[in-house]
Each structure stands twice: as C-alpha cells, then as structure tokens.
Design a protein around this ligand. Structure first.
Ligand code: F6P
Length: 362
C-alpha cells in the first residue's frame, strides 16, 4: 500500500453526461489497486450529504466492471438543483445548508473528495471545501465543453457524435422532401457542440450564441445552396442563440424553472419567411447526454479518474484535472472556473467552418 490507508469520497454533480461512469470506475480502480484505499460513492451529488443518514455506497472493484464504460448517466445519481448556499426549502424559505454537507463528509471520515462537475458545481464544491477544510480534487464534465483550462470535458465528444449522427439522419429526409432542416442542439451559453457537429455533419448554416446573426445572411446562404442545384439545406442552431431583437427563448418547467428551448422553431420560421423554403425542426435535447459514451469520452474520463486519485496521493488539492496537448495535467480549480471557455471567434473550428463555406450567420 502506498501513502497509508485513506477513505475518499466521489460524487457527480450538475447535469449528467456520457462518460461519468468511466471516470468513477477509473478512480475506484486506481484508489483500490494502486493505493489500497476505500472509495465512498456519494449519492445524488451533494443531495445525499444533506440527508441523515448520509446516502452513500462503498464502491469496490466488483461493482465497477468494464460494463460501466459502456453505460451512459451516472451510477451515483446527480442533481443540478438546490445550490446548498441558497437552498430552497419546502416551506418557501432559503437556507444555507453547507454546514450539513461538511458534517456529512466528516461523519463519513473522508480524507479527500473527488467532485465530478461543470463550472457551476466546481465553484460550489470549492467554496464548501474551503469552508469545511475538505481536500477537494475536481474532474471536469459537461457536454457544453465550456470549462476553462481544459481542452475537453467529459461528455462533449459523445454529445458531438450524437448531434452529428442526427445530421446524418436528417440529410436524406431533407433531400427527399427538398426541405431546410433545422437542428437545435444544447450548449447553454457556448456553441461548441453546434459548431463541431455542424462541421462534422456537413451543415450549411451554424448559429452559435458567440456570433450575432443576421437572418438575411442565413437566407442568402440557403438561396446560394439552391442556386447551385441542391434542393435541401442543413441548419444547426445552438439553444442559447437569441431572437433578432435579442431575446432568449426559454421553456418554463415545474416550479418556474427555465431552460433554453425553442430557438430552432423561431429560426425555422424566419428562414421559411425569408426564402419560401419548407422547413422542419428537430430539437435534440437530452438525447445528447444519455447516449453510450464514445471511445474518446471513455478514454478521457479514465485518464481523469486515475489522475484525480494520484493528485490525492500527492497531497495536491484544490486542483482540477485537465486535458492539454495530448496529456492529463492539473490546474487550480480557481483558474478553471474563472476562465469560461466560449467558442473562440478566430479559433480552429470557426476558421474551419468559414473555410468550408459554412454560414455562421454574420
Ligand atoms: O449544461 C448541460 C446542459 O445539458 C445544457 O446544455 C442544457 O442547457 C442544460 O444542461 C439542460 O439542463 P436540464 O438537464 O436541467 O434540463
């Protein structure tokens, strides 16, 4: 055994994505095989630490077989609701419940905690760790790929693959009916999924929140495609793209919670009005998150899980594992959450799209 016996916790927080189970599996393998430590899987993000008794499962090797590599979602469950610093209670009041989370970690006797999350979760976990003196290591995950200081986050590659496949499937039906197909993809405030899938799937137009669009430019592109003798067009729209007058389109869910949704229909109507083309819309939604992880996501997640455990062994905390230049590295969590990663307007993907004649709306 290396480094003495330890008990480490692991949790997934925020929206799920493909590859989370591969990261959990890798951390359990490394911690158990290399260091002889015990791994405690905390259930439903921080929510399991708020209940008494605390909800957790001891994760051993027999529970984390290779089957986990192929499984979407997270075996631990997750939540993207209820910021513990301002937790909405059943009686309508708002309460700071961080002390309960810290108490839960202490009750379990955790020497360190691996938090797999996006930038929001990472910021919350970091504050909790600072407040409670917990040893935190972060692992970046989000289909949106908007976390700073890492080239890629777990889940992004699979989401791009799903969106690309959607374009592959839309293309023949678009051609059969001479239609303009609009595909709305996720991404919250960043257009990474739209841009990557648009390039890989042969889109004619890709609209992302980072680039304000002009519907005349979009219509011009559709007419150009038609004048070249092609009877269909593929348009990808990222969910956070705004209307012509700058409004976000949101759907309202239970309890008044809002999420992006609907811009695809808006753009489709604008295109139909400007070009006379017949349009149809596909909103891809959570299909992008729930799929079997791509090989690359399994690989990145495995590398992240192993490195996260190694950081604990080295006593390096308040750091996030990251992918950079064909390597796994680690960076201060503080820096990662401070540098939101939107699409770079002169980056490789934007340049590639323009080079291919894809209209980015401007
Ligand atoms: O951040 C990941 C993400 O899938 C976004 O792309 C999307 O806007 C949001 O989460 C959807 O959240 P929910 O799962 O709560 O509907």
């Amino acid at each position: 055994m290396v480094g003495g016996e330890k008990r480490i916790g692991i949790l997934t927080s925020g929206g799920d994505c493909a590859g989370l189970n591969a990261a959990i599996r890798a951390a359990v393998h490394r911690a158990t095989l290399t260091y002889g430590w015990q791994v405690i899987g905390l259930l439903e993000g921080t929510a399991g630490l708020l209940t008494r008794p605390v909800r957790y499962e001891v994760l051993n090797l027999s529970m984390v077989s290779g089957t986990m590599l192929r499984m979407g979602g997270t075996i631990l469950g997750t939540t993207n609701r209820g910021n513990p610093f301002a937790f909405p209670m059943a009686d309508g009041t708002i309460k700071d419940r961080t002390a309960e989370i810290i108490g839960g970690c202490r009750e379990l006797g955790l020497d360190a905690l691996i938090g797999i999350g996006g930038d929001g979760s990472m910021a919350i976990l970091r504050r909790i760790a600072q407040q409670g003196g917990l040893n935190l290591v972060g692992v970046p995950k989000t289909i949106d790929n908007d976390i700073g200081m890492t080239e890629v986050s777990i889940g992004y590659d699979t989401a791009v693959a799903v969106a690309t496949e959607a374009l592959d499937r839309l293309q023949p039906t678009a051609a059969s009916h001479a239609r303009v197909m609009v595909l709305e993809v996720m991404g919250r405030d960043a257009g990474h999924i739209a841009l990557a899938a648009g390039i890989a799937g042969g889109a004619d137009v890709v609209l992302i929140p980072e680039i304000p669009y002009n519907i005349d430019s979009v219509a011009r592109k559709i007419r150009e495609v038609r004048s070249q003798g092609r009877n269909f067009a593929l348009v990808v729209v990222s969910e956070a793209v705004r209307t012509a007058d700058g409004k976000e389109i949101q759907m309202v869910y239970q309890g008044g919670e809002t999420r992006f949704g609907g811009i695809g229909h808006y753009i489709s109507q604008q295109i139909a009005a400007a070009t006379g083309a017949e349009t149809r819309v596909t909103v891809l939604g959570h299909v992008q998150r729930g799929s079997m992880p791509s090989p690359r996501d399994r690989l990145i997640a495995s590398a992240f899980g192993v490195h996260a455990v190694d950081l604990i062994a080295e006593g390096k905390f308040d750091r996030m594992v990251a992918w950079s230049n064909r390597e796994v590295i680690d960076v201060p969590i503080e820096d990662a959450i401070a540098r939101y990663q939107a699409v770079e307007l002169d980056g490789a993907l934007a340049r590639t799209a323009r080079g291919l004649g894809i209209c980015l709306g401007d």
